[in-house]
Design a protein around this ligand. Structure first.
Ligand code: ATP
Ligand code: MG
Length: 248
């Protein structure tokens, strides 16, 4: 059975896409077959991976294209089902459904059942129909938390909303919190990390340090392991990947 991990927090710019791409490629490099699904209409995952995605999730949901035909090979062991502007139409079509709206993504991905060891879902910064669909499909949630006070508020709000989905998707676990933009020189960063340790001792992963190489890599369509393999960003994300693998 595939492990299905939703990378989510209803807040912009906390490193959801960077994290989704980095753990997907890290798992693929560890020999796992991985599908990355981009449910954000910004469509950044194709850009981050440097691949022209001709088809994507919108083709599967709105045009009834077979999911296997809409995925694009991004790297060895790694495939992408791309997001992008066309997802606006997907959200409208989900909104028009009389019933089963929250199962739309699960139905669309069902034909791919068990073809992948991991399905990683990148989500948008808003609590929209596609984010809710992703949480109905997945069994695990990984939340990147940038070490700022406002993000902590968003995390509390997100945890509450997650409970309302868990009432229906009973197997859904909030498994991982990944602190991002960690800078030990910033006092606030350490204080927030301490609070996370106190409140989420089981879920808390080692932090991802602030690493300018991560933001640079985006412009080259390379993952952090390709662009700067000895950078702190590559090392930190490898640790997250190992932690995910240790739960198999
Ligand atoms: N550890 C890091 N150090 C420095 N820059 C980073 C780090 N992680 C991510 N970034 C940069 O921060 C910006 C936001 O990251 P990213 O796009 O992954 O966030 P996001 O949560 O997906 O944003 P959105 O909510 O818009 O989807 C990007 O420019 C990215 O390259
Ligand atoms: Mg993003």
């Amino acid at each position: 059975m595939s492990r299905k991990i939703c990378v989510a927090l209803s807040k912009g710019g906390v490193a959801k896409s960077s994290t989704a791409v980095s753990i997907s490629h890290g798992l693929a490099m560890a020999g796992k077959k991985v599908l990355l699904v981009d449910t954000d209409d910004q469509g950044q995952d194709a850009f981050l991976l440097g691949i022209p995605a001709q088809h994507g999730l919108a083709d599967v949901i709105v045009e009834d294209m077979c999911a296997a035909d809409a995925i694009c090979k991004a790297r060895d062991n790694l495939w992408l089902l791309a997001g992008g502007k066309a997802l606006a139409g997907v959200k409208r079509s989900i909104g028009r459904k009389d019933f089963g709206a929250e199962q739309t993504l699960s139905d669309a991905l069902a034909p791919l059942k068990d073809q992948f060891d991991f399905v990683i879902i990148d989500t948008s910064p808003s609590w929209d129909t596609l984010t809710i669909n992703s949480l109905f499909y997945c069994t695990e949630v990984l939340t990147p938390v940038s070490l700022e006070v406002l993000t902590l508020n968003s995390l509390l709000e997100f945890s509450e909303r997650l409970k309302s989905v868990q009432a229906y998707n009973k197997g859904l676990k909030h498994s991982y919190l990944v602190p991002t933009f960690w800078d030990r020189r910033v006092k606030k960063s350490s204080e927030i990390l301490d609070q996370l340790k106190k409140h989420y001792p089981k879920q808390l992963c080692d932090p991802i340090r602030y690493c300018v190489r991560i933001s640079e890599s985006a412009g080259f369509g390379k993952t952090i392991y390709e662009y700067a393999p000895s950078s702190s960003g590559a090392k930190d994300y490898q640790k997250t990947v190992q932690r995910i693998l240790s739960h198999e």
